[in-house]
Write a protein that binds this ligand. Structure first.
Ligand SMILES: C[S@@+](CC[C@H](N)C(=O)[O-])C[C@H]1O[C@@H](n2cnc3c(N)ncnc32)[C@H](O)[C@@H]1O
Length: 221
């Protein structure tokens, strides 16, 4: 997969509520794609000619919101946090969405094993875990190997859009993507706020703590 791989998350945290558990049990088979170490025809499986993946959707409210506004695009949500998967499943059912599917697994594995080259229109990563302590920086999701992997899975002209409210991580992401062969910055430095993106749960917390949001948008050449 990726050499010297260190996961960007810790499993088993958070409370799995009764309603999330019920949604997970009732809706998993309908809206989740089980992880397997084999490529899938993602457009066919999703049933849409354009597919955008969202990595680490948290509780998934922004995923649901974006998918509802764009019913002709398929959204593949990838998350390791089981309560979040349960929550998004219930939201898909509540809103009657037909264009979201979920893989409940580490996105690095999902992208590496399941997603074919040149198959995604875009990748969204909103507020990846910042791992602020220096000794934890190695856990950050966005690093060179993963950026190249993402680039290989994008269609030509496809994009990767990342937001974070940690300035040093934002600068690291900008540098890593700038050095990735095949990607080019859609802007000069950080991107202006993309007004189509709803505010995420994690972002609201950052605003309360007066943190600025940095946006990064690169396209595949
Ligand atoms: C800081 S939260 C942000 C959640 C959401 N995007 C938001 O802005 O509210 C980061 C999320 O990424 C998920 N995550 C971290 N590493 C992941 C990985 N390798 N694969 C899938 N999900 C991951 C975590 O479980 C967590 O829910």
């Amino acid at each position: 997969m990726i050499r010297d791989y260190i996961p960007s998350f810790v499993r088993g945290r958070g409370r799995f509520t009764k309603s999330q558990r019920r949604a997970y049990q009732r809706l998993y088979d309908k809206y989740c794609i089980p992880f397997r170490e084999e490529k899938i025809d993602i457009k066919k499986v999703m049933g849409f000619p354009e597919v955008i993946a969202e990595i680490g959707f948290g509780m998934g409210m922004v995923t649901a919101e974006i998918a509802e506004r764009n019913p002709h695009v398929g959204y593949l949500g990838i998350e390791v946090y089981k309560p979040g998967v349960g929550k998004l499943l219930s939201e898909i059912a509540r809103r009657g969405l037909r264009n979201i599917k979920i893989v409940h697994e580490d996105a690095v594995k999902v992208i590496a094993f399941m997603i074919p080259s040149d198959s995604l229109k875009g990748v969204h990563i909103f507020f990846p875990d910042p791992w602020p302590k220096k000794r934890h920086h190695k856990r950050r999701l966005i690093k060179e190997g993963f950026a190249s992997l993402l680039c290989s899975r994008l269609e030509p002209g496809g994009y990767v859009y990342i937001t974070t409210d940690w300035e040093d991580y934002a600068r690291q992401i900008l540098l890593v993507l700038s050095k990735t062969d095949g990607l080019e910055n859609a802007y000069d430095g950080f991107a202006p706020p993309q007004d189509w993106r709803p505010t995420t749960r994690f972002e609201k917390k950052g605003y309360r703590e007066s943190r600025r949001v940095f946006e990064i948008l690169f396209k595949k050449i």
